[in-house]
Design a protein around this ligand. Structure first.
Ligand code: G3H
Ligand code: 13P
Ligand code: NA
Ligand code: ZN
Length: 307
């Protein structure tokens, strides 16, 4: 059943976080639904602009509608990840998405508010909720000084004004994470000090953590042992998810970890079976491994058993 994130966030606030997982293909979709039913978790399926153009946006929509039929007990929201103005409008008009993210965080404060407000007005008219972002996620390099790095984090003092003036329903905050497999290149950590200042100014308001893959070292080691070359890959400690949830984080975005599972399964499979060329045997392994991975992640998020 497709639901609005509003309902999911109300139930989760202050207690646990909902996993928001990116999908691009059929195998990820199957594994995601299976994993969330294994752990009895509500979840968010998120679709990036890149995912919409990988095959065809209608292909993703059809897969999700069909998964909803195959797994009638599943409870999930369908969310556009990192939308620009045009893609948000398309998704709002399509009537399929229950939630969109407008990411104008690279714009100046006033422009970010103006663009977000425009999307909020269009979305709310159709009962769709909007995530927006304030601050700049990582890519913070070691040579960047502390004050420079801090300047990219979400400013707690302006977060409240941003939310009030833009009308967004949830806010993605920059608190030290970054996208991809190479996080915390210096000695940065999750900035709980900044997060708690944001929550103090926005009590009860749902916050979102992007760039939250854990990049398990065992996964990286297995990929490298099977021919990969991922050097210095590092992620967020999943044991910190519940602490973030207590401070108002209700949605945690995970994409990279799923890609690592895919890469590990396929590298190992073809290394062990060099004579094989059928795509289904590794595909089967991947779906099972991905489901297991999702269920374990939901345990860390605290969303397990919340269906
Ligand atoms: O934040 C980015 C997500 O991991 C989606 O990645 O744009 O390559 O689909 P993508
Ligand atoms: P990761 O790259 O850490 O998986 O983050 C994904 C994300 O934030 C998608 O919006
Ligand atoms: Na940003
Ligand atoms: Zn993101």
């Amino acid at each position: 059943m497709i639901v609005t994130t509003k309902k999911l966030f109300e139930a989760a606030y202050g207690k646990y976080a909902i996993g928001a997982y990116n999908i691009n293909n059929l195998e990820q979709t199957m594994g995601l639904f299976q994993g969330c039913l294994m752990s009895r978790s509500p979840f968010i399926i998120q679709i990036s602009k890149g995912a919409r153009t990988y095959t065809h946006k209608k292909m993703l929509e059809a897969m999700i509608r069909t998964a909803d039929e195959i797994f009638p007990e599943a409870v999930f929201a369908v969310h556009l990840d990192h939308g620009d103005e045009q893609t948000c409008m398309e998704c709002i008009e399509s009537g399929f998405y229950s939630s969109v993210m407008i990411d104008a965080s690279h714009e100046d404060f006033e422009t970010n508010i103006a663009i977000t407000k425009k999307i909020v007005d269009a979305a709310h008219a159709r009962g769709i909720v909007v995530e927006s972002e304030l601050g700049q996620l990582g890519g913070v390099e070691e040579h960047v000084s502390v004050s420079e790095a801090d300047a990219k984090l979400t400013d707690p003092d302006t977060a409240k004004e941003f939310v009030e003036r833009s009308g967004c329903d949830s806010l993605a905050v920059a608190i030290g994470t970054s996208h991809g497999a190479f996080k915390f290149s210096g000695n940065q950590a999750l900035r709980f000090d900044v997060l708690s200042e944001i929550q103090r100014r926005l009590p009860g308001f749902p916050l979102v953590m992007h760039g939250s893959s854990s990049v398990p070292q065992e996964e990286v080691a297995r990929i490298n042992a099977a021919g990969g070359a991922l050097k210095g890959a590092k992620g967020v400690d999943a044991d910190q998810f519940l602490r973030a949830a207590e401070l108002g984080v209700t949605k945690i975005n995970i994409d990279t970890d799923g890609r690592l599972v895919w890469t590990r399964v396929h590298r190992e499979y073809f290394q062990e079976h060099p004579e094989n060329f059928d795509l289904r045997p590794p595909g089967k392994v991947f779906m099972a491994e991905y489901a297991k991975f999702i269920a374990a992640k939901n345990d860390k998020l605290g969303s397990s058993g919340q269906l």
